[in-house]
Ligand binder design. Structure first.
Ligand code: DGI
Ligand code: FE
Ligand code: FE
Length: 266
């Protein structure tokens, strides 16, 4: 059954956004849905986040600044210099106030969709990645590889995008928002931890593990305090693995990496 809310918002945005932005919006909505299927995220949440993420993009810089000030939305130095960034924060506000979205997770994903943030939720990461890889995008480097990576490991894809974005901002001499740096550092910690865990395991049936959905608990686990995580994770993971598959599953990071790069070549 088609969701009336989604259809109504789509119709409204078609009138409010220019044709290119609307096409991008649909691309992000559908990519969010695909990633939600892959990682076991709520489909409706993902679609709504994708659909509404750029709803404030119709305003120019000065208007964004004014509207954010009027609504007492905090403005960073980078946003002051590059007010276009504010479409994320104002967009989250509009999702709530204009489009009646009460779901805080959807609003959070919209709010952090251009800078990211430390401790991103599964939905935050899905929107962040979908915005970059949707079918209409063609400027970024390594898009075919990134698109594939997004469906293999969402955290790795997030990190690649954050690193590429920072590289682009540095090259162009654009002021970097501290949130963009913090998000990337946090994701790097999460990914390095995952890689270390994987490397410490012996080779095994890694294929099945690679395609198993990322659960909300797993996402939460990756976002946990690192020290605590460090102490318990091996035992917890082994236990979880035993629960899920009936025996301890082990895999080799080297094997997975090699296979992934082989995949990239065709
Ligand atoms: O709205 P979209 O064009 O679909 O994409 P977006 O909301 O992800 O915005 C992407 C732009 O945001 C891209 O040109 C890079 C820019 N950006 C990301 N982080 C920062 C940033 N710009 C500045 N000034 N500072 C940042 O930290
Ligand atoms: Fe955006
Ligand atoms: Fe976008």
């Amino acid at each position: 059954m088609m969701d009336e809310t989604i259809l109504t918002i789509r119709k409204h945005l078609k009138k409010k956004l220019d044709a290119r932005r609307f096409e991008h919006t649909l691309g992000v909505e559908f990519t969010c849905a695909a990633l939600a299927m892959r990682y076991g995220c709520d489909l409706r949440q993902a679609e709504l986040a994708g659909l509404l993420h750029d709803c404030a993009k119709r305003y120019d810089g000065p208007t964004l600044l004014r509207k954010c000030r009027e609504r007492e939305i905090p403005i960073t130095q980078a946003e002051e210099q590059d007010p276009a960034l504010l479409h994320a924060k104002l967009g989250a506000w509009m999702a709530g106030e204009k489009y009646g979205i009460e779901d805080e997770e959807i609003k959070s994903a919209i709010r952090c969709h251009n800078t990211g943030k430390p401790g991103m939720s599964l939905l935050d990461k899905i929107l962040y990645v979908a915005d970059y890889i949707e079918p209409g995008r063609d400027r970024a480097k390594h898009l075919p590889e990134l698109r594939k990576q997004a469906f293999l490991d969402l955290d790795e894809a997030c990190l690649s995008i954050m690193e590429q974005t920072l590289e682009y901002l540095k090259e162009s001499g654009i002021l970097i928002d501290p949130m963009t740096e913090m998000a990337c550092e946090d994701m790097r910690r999460v990914v390095l931890k995952k890689r270390r865990d994987a490397a410490s395991l012996k080779p095994g049936e890694e294929r099945r593990e690679m395609v198993s959905p990322q659960t909300a608990e797993e996402t939460e686990e990756t976002n946990k305090n690192l020290g605590k995580y460090e102490k318990n994770s091996k035992e917890e993971r082994t236990l979880e693995s035993v629960k899920r598959y009936g025996k301890a599953r082990r895999r080799s990071f080297g094997g997975e990496k090699r296979r992934r790069y082989q995949n990239y070549r065709h």
